[in-house]
Design a protein around this ligand. Sequence first.
Ligand code: SF4
Length: 217
Amino acid sequence: MNLEELNKKYKTLSPKERIAELYKDFDQTKVLYTSSFGTTAALLLKMVTDINPNQLIYFLDTTYHFVETLEYKKELISKLGVNVTDVFPEDWKNEFTKKDKTWTIDQDLCCSINKVEPMDKLKEGQDVWISGLLGYQNSHRKNLDVFEEKGGLLKFYPILDMTEEEVNLFFSDNDIPKHSLEAQGFHSIGCAQCTVKGKGRSGRWSNTSKSECGLHL
Ligand code: SF4
């Protein structure tokens, strides 16, 4: 199936149906899944691992996460019974960003070193990357299709069209704990240096024009 046919087929399916179909249409060993353990990440984590318990799960550890995110990750691993592999940036480059405080000077470079480069290594040899982007989070995301082709890899957004109400309902129906910072007003959570309280993704790289770390652009 080409991109157009995939989008036509998956558009009318529910998020769970899309994930189930993905494992029929693609080689399971070439499906990449990373979780951010942010405010909405547990939803996709539960859906994916319920449908395919063998799916490998990666976490990009930039070394700049909130302690609360790392605690939440531990809580979800225990609650959902999943295995997660941590992926780190190259030591010397990460050290450079620490000394340089690169996030205060050039956030694109900092994200490139600590997020995009490790992600690029994970992508090698994979066919599809499952991502939990939600359309209501910003205008870039709202205009996406379920599948998008980026640099020879298909990006798959099975929950793209879920509403905020449906996301909240999924958490309560499945008794999934929330990220502890959400109750304090953080709606989207990334690295501690670049995240403040705010609705939607407004708290990410606030006061700059940056709205995505580069992983999804
Ligand atoms: S979000 Fe901020 S601290 Fe994290 S990698 Fe990007 S610029 Fe660096």
